[in-house]
Design a protein around this ligand. Structure first.
Ligand SMILES: C[S@@+](CC[C@H](N)C(=O)[O-])C[C@H]1O[C@@H](n2cnc3c(N)ncnc32)[C@H](O)[C@@H]1O
Length: 214
């Protein structure tokens, strides 16, 4: 399924973006060789965007929903303020050792806390407030995750939601959309109608929603 942006433009943007740090290149490479569904990893361009946004916000607490192999967690943690912490959640415990090894190699083992289990169960147990939230797990639950965090964010807090163009499926009539695309479409409408937030949908890669609490 295609992303919103043609490959050639995506590569052009990557070529004019700061280089992917060597550890992230290694995680990217190893994920593609050793892990199933490697396309789930954020990658060079989106990873640098996550890092840039985090560095602009300088969050004390970041929440990531959907760790996978830890690539985006490391990108987001680059912007943590001194003493800050990133909580990342994934229900796939098979990748936990790999993630912990990468966090160690990044020198971020103290800042990144990996929680294994279902995100909807774990989020309420985490200490907020959350300055920055990255939603990148199961699409049908994006709306639930939004509801779980929005009242636990300060004014100016930011939610980033990935895959909000869902391989361009959001453009199809609803009856021709997959269940994931239907859920994403409903989430996009919900965010656009919520006057507690202001939002910008970026057509980077598979669509990244930038949502700021007023
Ligand atoms: C797209 S991948 C995350 C990619 C990662 N953020 C990155 O950019 O490299 C989505 C992850 O969400 C996890 N996931 C899916 N449903 C979940 C749930 N209900 N609770 C926790 N994790 C979940 C999957 O196991 C998968 O590793």
């Amino acid at each position: 399924m295609p992303d919103a942006v043609p490959d050639a433009l995506h590569h052009y943007a990557e070529m004019h973006t700061s280089p992917e740090p060597s550890l992230l290149q290694k995680i990217n490479r190893e994920t593609y060789v050793q892990v199933s569904q490697p396309h789930m990893l954020s990658g060079h361009l989106q990873g640098r965007l996550l890092s840039m946004i985090s560095k602009l916000i300088r969050p004390a607490v970041i929440l990531e929903v959907g760790t996978f192999t830890g690539y985006s967690a490391i990108c987001l943690a680059e912007g943590l303020r001194k003493g800050g912490v990133l909580h990342t959640i994934d229900h796939n415990d098979e990748l936990a050792d790999r993630c912990e090894k990468y966090f160690e190699e990044a020198g971020m083992a103290q800042q990144i806390i990996l929680h294994t289990g279902d995100a909807a169960d774990i989020i309420p147990s985490l200490a907020g407030p959350f300055d920055l939230v990255f939603l990148d797990a199961d699409k049908p639950n994006y709306a639930k995750y939004f509801d779980l965090v929005i009242d636990r964010m300060p004014s100016g807090g930011v939610i980033l939601a990935d895959n909000v163009l869902y391989h361009t499926e959001v453009l199809r009539p609803e009856e021709k959309q997959s269940n994931n695309a239907k859920a994403i479409s409903a989430f996009n409408r919900k965010v656009a109608a919520d006057d507690r937030v202001e939002s910008v949908m970026l057509t980077v890669r598979d669509g990244l929603f930038l949502i700021r609490k007023k």
